[in-house]
Design a protein around this ligand. Sequence first.
Ligand code: NIG
Ligand code: FE
Length: 413
Amino acid sequence: MHLLLTNIKQLCQVETGTARKALVKGEAMRVLPSIENAWLFIEHGKIHSFGRMSEPPAVAANDVMDMSGRTILPAWCDSHTHLVFAAPREKEFVDRINGLSYEEIARRGGGILNSARKLNETSEEELYDQSLQRLHEVMGKGTGAIEIKSGYGLNTDAELKMLRVIRKLKENAPIPIKASFLAAHAYPLEYKQDHEGYLKLIIEEMLPRVADEGLADYMDVFCEQGFFSIDDTERLLEAGWKYGLKPKIHANQLHHSGGVEVGVKHKAISVDHLECVGDKEIAALKEGSTMPTLLPAAAFFLGIQYQPARKIIDAGLPVCLATDYNPGSCPSGSVPFLLTLACTQLKMTPEEAINAVTLNGAAALELQDEIGTIAEGKRANLIITKQIPSVSYIPYDFGNNPVDKMIINGHFI
Ligand code: NIG
Ligand code: FE
């Protein structure tokens, strides 16, 4: 199948030449390379070529479509979600309005433990159906690659059930999906006084099965006071590495917990959240190649401090943005809304924010050779916007969906 898109108002995040960028950092994040008045040729699901309308393509396409007034971007890469869950938690939302904190709710057996109870009562089929629906919903808002975590099972059967649901999504959905194993999300009630017992269960029983069945790409831990300590995290990450699972962890959401440093030390692909980050953590990030991933929609929904994106970028580091879609701290998988928060609250420019959720999102999923920019040979996972005046209009027009149509693997969906 050949598809030629012509008269594209702006073709954004293009890469020309043969060298491909692995990510974009520091000052360079302000630049979103684009072509005005462009064409784009798609062949067999991949980007074949692109250029200016003033230099028309020498190709024969069976389909030609006029894109006047439209902007085209690479689809968003959402590198941190908990999209597989069994039920919403709007009652806790009301509890928080009435003064309880996220941590207090968790201490009382709510929060993640509440989601785990619901998930244990829900069949694999029902979980899959709900999750597929959520996946379609976020794809309609521009998401073209995604990471999904376990972590609401908290026992061997239910963690494996979640990971099988993710595997089935991988098999049936048209976009790339990565799976993270997050049994270390919270200590289940029966292990409240026996942390050692739960760590052993994860390391000696769950991990070998997860690895044996090839159910996960990454090892995740909620490294936080009141959840998993630095020592716990180190043991879990070392165990994960033994089975070939690279770390991708929750760090520094609620406290300066040392999570960032431990992630860098264990060569994490990314450390995610980072509300509580200062000079010490930034210095650690500069020592390694771990991607700092910011989740401002969770900070927004919990009403906690935002991530110091400016400080991180101005230190010359890359920044990735992701939604954290989950029933507790962020019941929205909307990347357009995430972009608005990044601009209004984190003071990122629209170009920085779009870089953070395209190329850097792909890097945080180790998919930078496949997606994240418009480059020859990459997958044709693309956003076609409504008629908009410029890319800055995307975060500006908050609460609305800029997407008119999505192309996934060269096909309109
Ligand atoms: O990323 N922080 C830990 N985990 C999730 C929230 C999980 C939940 O509340 O269900 C997060 O915010
Ligand atoms: Fe999360």
